[in-house]
Ligand binder design. Structure first.
Ligand SMILES: [Cu+2]
Length: 543
């Protein structure tokens, strides 16, 4: 279910037991099974989403079927509509997600595609988790294929992690994880993690946002009117045919989408607007800039706030990564500003950048989303705080070195010489220790390295050649879980492995966390391994 959007999203079934009165926020309006048809519009653009007021509530979704024949246009006073889906917000402590096939139309004049989503035909609702709260999530898999659902970035025990071992079987299988939210405020996401099928299932549409709130972030004057000045934006390329229908190959797509919509646009208020940018693509990285080159402020990395905003004019976003960006539209009322990706500027070896045998969007420059600036809300954030938070970065003194080498073989890309084996724990970490992982990329391709369970702080990057290592850039100095490692480069990060040690009597599914490349076809091909956190002093962790 999504807030009404012109780009049609018709799920086949209404989610069963989807609202229990606790897990669902306002705006519960399941879309019906009406096949989506191209929207009618006077100016060639799709009908905007139903308007929202400035109360912070998500826009009303009662028009529901998103067939484009609801002529409500911008709804009341101020629209802040657009053609992108703004996922429904789910708040509370108990969440219900139904995973199912559906249909979705990616382009304004295209035909519907066969897709999959959580509680709808594509993507999924945005869950709000609050630090310190105990939550439960009920997931029901109504698809014809098995799946798993991983909470990317969450600090949870292995059996709650949703990795490849936590299977949710097809045809009605149920998984009920439950845990305390330990993460700090962040933009996280959830997606399938079924070994060898992750790329296919994400391609079909399975992905959703998690917004974690905590006391520190909540006390700051930051834009947080969801769907208005606080926008979740998942960037995904898709391979579409001439009718706009999703194809299952190649993995490098020809069409940019934001929240499932090509030629994306969104109306925004003339004030500071927060963009929660997620690269949910299979392979591509993006080099993001605004059409007029305006600066923007980075306020958060993957797993939380930076200590202070960092100003950039261009931002590289690798698969799996998130950045929270604040951009000032205060002087732009009545104008449009476009976020573009200048993939011609990505370095060699970064997928999405220039390459001699370029396909799809590789090496090209293209629009990502256009922002049409309307009047301000009644309660704009007018200035960012100078300080956002403080971080206790673990000490390098006494930290355990943990080398990790990326190599290429005839069997594909390897991590420490191994390809993924579901029955093998490749690496052990002693609990209650701090480790420094050094990720050395000996391949010709840049790989975004992702580790489950922990957040890390990037220490430095040692480029190929004799040049010395350089400290992490200010804009990536916050807590992260995914880091792009360039060809020939070694990136070092430091992380505390405090808890969630395994019990020696446990099976692998209760003990193993994943680390892997977040280029999903690489991961599916085996560029993944498993680690477990030993009880302190356990002999299996001894060298
Ligand atoms: Cu890779």
């Amino acid at each position: 279910m999504f807030i009404a959007a012109a780009s049609g999203c018709g799920d086949d079934d209404q989610p069963a037991g989807d609202t229990d009165g606790e897990s669902s926020a306002s705006g519960d309006g399941p879309t019906t099974g009406t096949p989506p048809t191209p929207p009618t519009a006077t100016d060639g653009a799709p009908t905007p989403t139903t308007g929202a007021d400035s109360t912070g509530e998500p826009p009303d979704t009662t028009s529901g079927d998103s067939t484009g024949d609801d002529t409500g246009s911008t709804g009341g006073e101020k629209g802040y509509g657009g053609n992108i889906l703004i996922p429904e917000l789910l708040e509370g402590n108990d969440f219900d997600l139904v995973i199912d096939e559906g249909t979705h139309t990616f382009t304004a004049d295209g035909r519907p595609s066969d897709t999959a989503g959580y509680n709808g035909g594509l993507l999924g609702p945005t869950m709000v988790w609050t630090q310190g709260e105990d939550i439960t999530i009920s997931l029901t898999n109504e698809m014809a294929d098995d799946t798993t659902t991983h909470w990317h970035g969450a600090h949870v025990s292995p059996e709650n992690d949703g990795g490849p071992h936590q299977m949710i079987t097809s045809g009605g299988g149920v998984w009920n994880p439950g845990f305390e939210v330990l993460n700090a405020a962040a933009t996280m996401w959830y997606h399938p993690h079924l070994h060898e099928e992750t790329a296919n299932q994400v391609r079909r549409g399975l992905a959703g946002f998690i917004i974690v709130r905590d006391a520190i972030e909540s006390a700051l004057d930051l834009p947080r009117e969801y769907g208005i000045d606080d926008l979740p934006l998942v960037l995904q390329d898709k391979q579409l045919d001439d009718n706009g229908v999703l194809l299952t190959a190649p993995d490098r797509g020809n069409t940019m989408t934001v929240n499932g919509t090509a030629d994306a646009y969104k109306e925004v208020p003339a004030q500071l607007v927060r963009l929660r940018l997620l690269n949910g693509s299979l392979e591509y990285a993006y080099q993001l800039e605004f059409s007029d080159g305006r600066p923007f402020q980075i306020i958060a990395n993957d797993l939380g706030l930076l200590e202070a905003p960092v100003q950039l004019t261009s931002l590289r976003l690798a698969p799996g990564e998130r950045f929270e960006v604040v951009v000032d539209f205060g002087d732009d009322e009545g104008d449009s500003v476009t976020l573009r990706s200048l993939n011609s500027e990505l370095g060699m070896g970064i997928i999405g950048g220039p390459t001699p045998m370029a396909v799809g969007l590789e090496g090209t420059d293209f629009d990502v989303i256009r922002f049409d600036v309307e009047g301000p809300t009644g309660t704009p954030t007018t200035e960012l705080p100078a300080q956002l938070t403080t971080h206790a970065i673990p000490s390098e003194v006494g930290a355990v070195p943990h080398p990790m080498v990326m190599t290429q073989s005839v069997d594909g890309f390897l991590l420490n010489g191994a390809s993924m084996n579901m029955q093998v724990i490749n690496e052990y970490v002693e609990g209650e220790t701090t480790e420094i992982w050094s990720i050395e990329n000996q391949t010709a391709v840049a790989h975004p390295f992702h580790i489950h369970d922990v957040h890390f702080f990037v220490l430095d990057r040692d480029p190929v050649g004799p040049a010395p290592a350089v400290e992490a850039e200010d804009y990536e100095a916050g807590p992260k879980d995914t880091i792009l490692v360039l060809p020939g480069e070694t990136v070092r990060f430091i992380a505390d492995f405090d808890d969630f040690t395994f019990d020696p009597a446990d099976g692998i599914a209760q003990a193993a966390y994943m680390y892997h490349c977040h280029i999903l076809p690489h991961e599916d091909d085996g560029m993944m391994g498993q680690f477990a956190v030993c009880p302190p002093g356990n002999q299996i962790c001894e060298p």
